[in-house]
Design a protein around this ligand. Structure first.
Ligand code: SAH
Length: 355
């Protein structure tokens, strides 16, 4: 009979850890010490928790899993964009991307294994959906990144595999754990959740009392084209989505970032830019233009040189700020899901080789 897996200790809020210790008859200060081992010293072995009695360490090891994730593979070089293939307890894997800049150490985390949203240009959806990640597996990705950076990550973006609002509770819990000032302590304003446009998630996030940054993947200025690129648009069409964004901006006083992946001849003409500017005019918005990173299984191409700059100019004329994200990761397959797709066979072999 298969044993149910132990719960991930990195998936507990500090209040839950304190409660678990209380229920086990342990004093509260022991929970505080354990929390510090997890997030200040960031140990990877129970026996490294030197100020805990050996018996308590054994008890913790019996109840909780300390290693939610492990690094299976890394592409790229230190100081540049790097991509990690992250192995999970059940043999599944996700990827995360480390994006260092002058004063930032950004980590792009995954929220699900695979994705059910099947955006035409995104590799994550091509492999189908496997399962949502647990909060502890999301926190674990940030701890792996900390180890690689040799320093605390400064910014977290939920732009890896998966749709964060299709796994709302675990994503929110991971944000609260990452945000804990006695733990990793990453401010909500340094955490960005990116959604394909799941309106109920936007509405819930607006009511959390957190100043998390919201990013919405738009990719088209009209329903017909958006539905072709992003099937989610059938459920949550553009007008409703933009209304939810307007409300989010009002409730949180945050500017919303709209992601727009430029695909040659598909959504990147002057007319598309003008239509986009018109749609966003009444919303506190900025636009992040992303030249398509070509993926196997999608015939689209990156835009011609100068296209992104044309969009920047046209948006600017409507008073909308925009930036161009030059895909630093394309050399290392950093577009969503690519590393996992290409590594699946290799990972399966690794798994089969295990005892
Ligand atoms: N599901 C969420 C977060 C993951 S994708 C969302 O849709 O927002 C993060 C961003 O990368 C999204 O804007 C997505 O549309 C974009 N993206 C996915 N595949 C891409 C590709 N091949 N080239 C450029 N951008 C891509």
């Amino acid at each position: 009979m298969q044993q149910s897996p132990k719960s991930l200790i990195h998936g507990l809020l500090r209040t839950e850890l304190v409660e678990a210790f209380r229920a086990a008859g342990q004093p509260a200060y022991r929970a505080g010490q354990t929390w510090a081992w997890l997030y200040v010293q960031r140990v990877t072995e129970w026996d490294a928790m030197k100020n805990l009695p050996v018996g308590l360490r054994r008890e913790l090891a019996d109840h909780f899993e300390l290693s939610a994730v492990k690094q299976l593979k890394m592409d790229g070089e230190a100081g540049q964009t790097r991509k990690l293939l992250v192995g999970l307890r059940d043999g599944e894997c996700v990827e995360e991307v480390l994006i260092p800049a002058r004063d930032r150490r950004t980590v792009c985390v995954s929220s699900q294994v695979g994705c059910r949203f099947a955006c035409a240009f995104c590799a994550s959806g091509q492999g189908g959906f496997v399962r949502p990640l647990e909060a502890g597996e999301i926190v674990g990705q940030v701890l792996l990144a900390w180890r690689e950076y040799g320093d605390r990550p400064s910014n977290i973006v939920f732009m890896g595999m998966g749709e964060p609002f299709d796994n709302y509770d675990a994503v929110l819990k991971s944000i609260r754990i990452l945000n804990d000032p006695k733990g990793i302590g990453i401010g909500a304003r340094h955490i960005t959740v990116s959604t394909s446009g799941v309106i109920p998630g936007i509405e819930r996030l607006a009511g959390e009392g957190l100043q998390v940054e919201l990013s919405v993947s738009l990719h088209a200025p009209d329903d017909a084209l958006r539905t072709k690129l992003m099937p989610v648009n059938r459920t949550y069409p553009l007008a409703d989505l933009l209304e939810a964004c307007r409300k989010y901006a009002g409730a949180t006083r945050r500017i919303i970032t709209f992601e727009y992946t430029l695909i040659r001849g598909v959504n990147d003409t002057r007319a598309h830019a003008v239509a986009l500017a018109k749609k966003l005019k009444s919303i506190p918005a900025r636009v992040n233009l992303i030249p398509l990173s070509p993926v196997d299984g999608f015939a689209g191409e990156a835009p011609a040189a100068g296209t992104a700059e044309l969009f920047v100019d046209i948006l600017d004329q409507s008073g909308i700020n925009s930036t161009v994200r030059h895909s630093k990761g394309s050399k290392i397959d950093a577009a969503c899901g690519q590393l996992r797709l290409r590594s699946r066979t290799a990972v399966k072999i690794t798994e089969a080789g295990r005892t």
